[in-house]
Design a protein around this ligand. Sequence first.
Ligand SMILES: *[C@@H]1O[C@H](CO)[C@@H](O)[C@H](O)[C@H]1NC(C)=O
Ligand SMILES: *[C@@H]1O[C@H](CO)[C@@H](O)[C@H](O)[C@H]1NC(C)=O
Ligand SMILES: *[C@@H]1O[C@H](CO)[C@@H](O)[C@H](O)[C@H]1NC(C)=O
Ligand SMILES: *[C@@H]1O[C@H](CO)[C@@H](O)[C@H](O)[C@H]1NC(C)=O
Length: 373
Amino acid sequence: MRRVTVLVLLLACAAARAAAAVVTDGLLPNGNFEEGPPKSDLVNGTVVRGANAIPRWETSGYVEYIESGHKQGDMLLVVPQGAHAVRLGNEASIRQRLAVTRGAYYAVTFSAARTCAQAEQLNVSVSPEWGVLPMQTIYGSNGWDSYAWAFKAKMDEVALVIHNPGVEEDPACGPLIDGVAIRALYPPTLAKGNMLKNGGFEEGPYFLPNASWGVLVPPNIEDDHSPLPAWMIMSSKAVKYVDAAHFAVPQGARAVELVGGKESALVQEVRTVPGWTYRLSFTVGDARDGCAGSMVAEAYAARASIKVPYESKGTGGYKRAVLEFAAIANRTRVVFQSTFYHTMTDGSLCGPVIDDASLVGLRKKTAGRRLLL
Ligand SMILES: *[C@@H]1O[C@H](CO)[C@@H](O)[C@H](O)[C@H]1NC(C)=O
Ligand SMILES: *[C@@H]1O[C@H](CO)[C@@H](O)[C@H](O)[C@H]1NC(C)=O
Ligand SMILES: *[C@@H]1O[C@H](CO)[C@@H](O)[C@H](O)[C@H]1NC(C)=O
Ligand SMILES: *[C@@H]1O[C@H](CO)[C@@H](O)[C@H](O)[C@H]1NC(C)=O
């Protein structure tokens, strides 16, 4: 009798486990919503009926299943991944269970577009962590932006939830979501000859194949939960992560475009020895995304700073810059910022690209003599 119960329990557990997709880098199962609900589960053409109508997803609240080309007033909705997306109305959410490696870090990437509401936001969570991503500033040109958010898996199975906490008069207002993907993040390590981790920005969130607008990395506070391992985005605006498939990247396959002017800062903290001299070198360029103008990228460390002018034609290119500084504490923050805001002809925010950052200790000052390291 007892044995049977145990067996049933085991089977029940096995069934529950099978329901959670084992995470691999890329789109989540039905992450682009191409598998839709049966017509009978769509009310008034778009409104999803029942929590389990969209394969692989659990929905709650007013969720609509939108086909590319769907008209909303005068607006024609275009979908970036495939031909379908979902819209999260007031307090609506979508959820998917994921089998992950406990203790590992993951970055979630998804695309979102605002529709009628001005200040939409999304609460992305993997219990017990969550982050509210504001979408009120226009970054992308066609209405769609991709966002990255990172979490540390506290269990073997977690639920990713994307929730629209907004309440609008029109329940059919709310952000469109498409292309939900994930990527395991490797803990950043120190490369030989560079005190900065992930200095080339090669480690970061997943790029959706058809998202030619990069991935926005919103501000975060704790560096260990950054979608850009070892780096923190400070201040109030996002930076844009760009890939060589769609942009000019000075070195390797990925770089960061500073799109938030002085309202965003790319920061890494390193161990230093007070009094020692260090050399920070990095590249400043443009992403070949039509962002033209007289740009200035700034770098700060300890009491030193440098302003690097860069004339961008928006056609790609870069130059190297160096900042030497004397450490004044046993931890030093290396900070990159754009002095100005730049916009493309369509009004979306852009700016200088930073890549290939490295930091080396030069020499030690001791009483009366300098030691070469
Ligand atoms: C369907 O449309 C009708 C008429 O516009 C409306 O009264 C009803 O609330 C809608 N149903 C849903 C689920 O949105
Ligand atoms: C990407 O775009 C191409 C061309 O528009 C299209 O053929 C392809 O299906 C798209 N891929 C995805 C994943 O949407
Ligand atoms: C975001 O979602 C999480 C998980 O559901 C919740 O605990 C948190 O309070 C939410 N935050 C906001 C600001 O809505
Ligand atoms: C160095 O760091 C330690 C803690 O790790 C702190 O107690 C100490 O005061 C720091 N020293 C200096 C000179 O900042």
